[in-house]
Design a protein around this ligand. Sequence first.
Ligand SMILES: [Zn+2]
Length: 95
Amino acid sequence: MARDIADRQTDALAEREKLAADIPANLLAAYDRLRDQLGGVGAAALHHKRCGGCQLEVGAADLARMRAAPRDEVLRCEECNRILVRTSESGMAKA
Ligand SMILES: [Zn+2]
């Protein structure tokens, strides 16, 4: 069992390294800093207008600004400062 967990951790770290190679250095540094500050979670999905990190709902004005932001702009939660990841269920679709 412990062996299994160690194997999976090794796999996960290898996978992380592979993915991290494609992320701009400044964004990766910001993520690592947030992760250290915020209990190990530096980024969260924006799900049904709610930050998956702090669970607070994004206000209408912030949501409108996020909706208008370019697709490659890094969004941040106004409450906890985590990086917000857009998904098809973010609740940002134009009504
Ligand atoms: Zn948040």
